[in-house]
Design a protein around this ligand. Structure first.
Ligand code: NAD
Length: 490
């Protein structure tokens, strides 16, 4: 047990260089530098991690290949016990990990603690799944043979993750991959690599053998990941990130006909009907919008509100948003931390300016603060026209735009007017209507009268250009397995 796991760390007491020992390949730390990790609250460099070359990416695949046979033949019960230890250690270290996430990502400590709990749960869930991997046994319809189907680990998996959930986006892939019997190379986002490296240490302590999980960081993700994707030993790509990068990677993966799982961008509608419970809708709106200060793929991006409740909902939301305290994520009083980079703030600012130019009005926020840190205030915009750029693009920040509708068909048409289809939120007290609308909205996940949709036990993923495949639930492990059919003559 480390000292950090005994004493809850403060931002000042956490030595970030401890998590920047090097690339993690084959159970060894390979030192280096080249990627400064910046605290988005202070703009100070927290630590520097190595910038992997193509040759080092191949070394990581070598390590995953060397460990592959041993791991796929490790009995499922043993794999499950190792995963359970990962779950336990993550929860024991929750304060250390949450502080680290908060430092490098900027999110409020309460959000960071929530992320660690959510991230750890994937290990428990997939420990439980590892011992229940089934197959099939049937008589062929012709009667001439038996059909045996064995579920095999798909092979070496390359995992690429974004910066907005540095722990959870990684464990949502690593846990099912390991449960299935695959070895992996993780490439986390350069903005938030320290959490991924901290977790690599933790996996080793939990008993994950050397080479089963490898972690590399790079400033040139295109060529470095292409090296791995073009390596014939790699059989899986699991990516979470923007739709644009997802498209590029699908093209790259086509060269080796690689199995791909894609968790991409979102543009979630949050539909509020006149008959909604106003307080419940406002509670839900705050969770759906402000978890991670809006930097979530499931974040409510468009509030589509019916005429009769529009003004009361707008006023209630503005009051709640105005009451949020903005500050460094590591300050326990903070509810809304900084954005990840200056570029992210620039994008939000441009989207708000565009909406205002097209007729939107500000109820609260909307003005970028001066000074240090990548901050943007909680903002509510009303009368936003569907022609505003933010109706089509991910805002990825604490801005809530309200659109107005009169009847159900209009609400559904507005909700579906996007290339994305990840999450959607519906508020109505009429369950029959709620389920009918849920059936018509094009999204992989619907939250009905609640603001939180993610659950490790449920299938997470999108339709349309929000992705391919599912993570979590009983579906997530299938992405890392391949059925092998054996026609048996007896
Ligand atoms: P991003 O696409 O810029 O980067 C994601 C990852 O891809 C990072 O590790 C990055 O280094 C890497 N990358 C970038 N260019 C690459 C290339 N050419 N080849 C290989 N890898 C490359 O996304 P981001 O800004 O880090 O994250 C925000 C995006 O992620 C948003 O669009 C958000 O909606 C999406 N997201 C989706 C989910 C989901 O589950 N659907 C979850 C979280 C975030």
């Amino acid at each position: 047990m480390t000292l950090a796991s005994v004493l809850p760390p403060t931002a000042n007491s956490l030595d970030c260089s401890h998590y920047a020992k090097g690339l993690y390949i084959g159970g060894q730390w390979i030192g280096g530098s080249g990627i400064p990790v910046v605290d988005p609250s202070t703009e100070q460099v927290l630590a520097e991690v190595p910038d992997a070359s193509e040759a080092q990416a191949t070394l990581a695949v070598d390590a995953a290949a060397a460990a592959a046979q041993g791991w796929r033949t490790t009995p499922p019960r043993q794999r499950a016990e190792i995963l359970l230890r990962c779950h336990k250690l993550m929860l024991e270290r929750i304060e250390e990990l949450a502080t680290l996430i908060s430092l490098e990502n900027g999110k409020a400590l309460s959000d960071a603690r929530g992320e660690v709990t959510y991230a750890a749960e994937f290990f428990r869930w997939y420990a439980e799944e590892a011992v229940r991997i089934g197959g099939e046994y049937r008589v062929a319809p012709s009667g001439s043979n038996r059909i045996l189907v064995d579920m095999e680990p798909i092979g070496i998996a390359v995992l690429i993750t974004p910066w907005n959930f540095p722990a959870a986006m990684a464990t949502r892939k690593i846990a099912p991959a390991l449960a299935a019997g695959c070895t992996v190379v993780l490439k986390p986002a350069s903005e938030t690599p320290l959490t991924a490296y901290a977790l690599a240490d933790l996996y080793a302590e939990a008993g994950v053998p050397a080479g089963v999980v490898n972690v590399i960081t790079t400033t040139r993700p295109g060529p470095v990941t292409a090296t791995m994707l073009n390596d014939a030993r790699v059989r899986k790509l699991s990516f979470t990130g923007s739709t644009g990068v997802g498209r590029t990677l699908l093209t790259e993966a086509a060269k080796t006909v690689l199995s791909c799982s894609m968790e991409l961008g979102g543009n979630a509608p949050f539909i509020v009907f006149d008959d909604a419970d106003l307080e419940a809708a406002l509670d839900g709106a705050m969770v759906a919008k402000m978890r991670n200060a809006g930097e979530a793929c499931t974040a409510a991006n468009r509030f589509i509100v019916q005429d009769g409740i529009y003004d009361r909902f707008a006023e209630g939301l503005a009051n709640r948003m105005a009451a949020l305290r903005v500050g460094p994520g590591t300050d326990p009083a903070t509810a809304c931390g900084p954005m990840i980079t200056k570029k992210a703030v620039d994008k939000i600012d441009t989207l708000v300016t565009d909406a205002l130019g097209k007729g939107a009005r500000i109820l609260v926020g909307g003005e970028r603060p001066e000074g240090t840190g990548f901050f943007y205030p909680p903002t509510v915009l009303v009368d936003v026209p569907p022609s505003a750029a933010m109706a089509q693009e991910e805002i990825f920040g604490p801005v809530a735009p309200l659109y107005r509708f009169t009847n159900e068909d209009e609400a559904v048409a507005l909700a579906n007017d996007t290339e994305y289809g990840l999450a959607a939120y519906i508020f109505t007290q009429d369950l029959k209507r709620g389920l009918a609308i849920a059936g018509k909205v094009e999204a992989g996940m619907i939250a009905l009268n609640r603001g939180l949709v993610s659950d490790p036990a449920a299938p997470f993923g999108g339709v349309k250009q929000s992705g391919l495949g599912r993570e979590g639930g009983i579906h997530g492990i299938a992405e890392f397995m391949e059925p092998k059919y054996i026609a048996t003559a007896f």
